[in-house]
Design a protein around this ligand. Structure first.
Ligand code: HEC
Length: 128
């Protein structure tokens, strides 16, 4: 190989490596962006607004008014999120809750969970 073509080959290899690195960096950035959407804290106030449609069964304070409905007030937040996602996906089956959860976005679910979690477990009058 002549000196010239050797230099050209080295240059080409360098460019290829550079492009590969650039592509790898772009892919890595895309993965990071996909895996970590901008972190937004759950909004209990928005959850409260959404919870109007839950109150008929789970009560305005998260203390159930329907005999077969569970209390939600003070419940562990992650459990509420999981339950609602499971009803929505059908992993957990319950006719009424399946219908209710179908209309909720991930964000709605997080907000509802934050709202019910911060309500006093014994009802509004009990926590003070
Ligand atoms: C028509 C009555 C009704 C409405 C309206 C309703 N629920 Fe339910 N919910 C139930 C019943 C009954 C259960 C128990 C289901 C079961 O046995 O899995 C339940 C269960 C749940 C659970 C699981 C609790 C646990 O301890 O496992 C969560 C969370 C929940 N509901 C949240 C909500 C939210 C949030 C809304 C409003 C978007 C809502 N529900 C609306 C009747 C209702």
């Amino acid at each position: 190989m002549s000196q010239l073509s050797l230099a050209a080959a080295r240059l080409l290899a360098g460019i290829t490596a550079g492009i590969t690195a650039a592509i790898a960096a772009a892919i890595a950035a895309a993965i990071v962006a996909a895996a970590a959407p901008p972190v937004q804290a759950a909004d209990a106030n928005a959850g409260k607004t959404r919870a109007a449609q839950c109150a008929a069964c789970h009560g305005p304070d998260g203390i159930a008014v329907l005999p077969e409905a569970p209390n939600l007030a003070g419940q562990v937040e992650g459990y509420l999120v999981k339950s609602l996602k499971d009803y929505r996906s059908g992993t957990r089956k319950h006719e009424q809750m399946g219908v209710m959860a179908k209309g909720l976005s991930d964000r709605d679910i997080e907000n509802l969970a934050a709202y019910y979690h911060q309500l006093p477990a014994g009802g509004r009058g009990a926590a003070r």
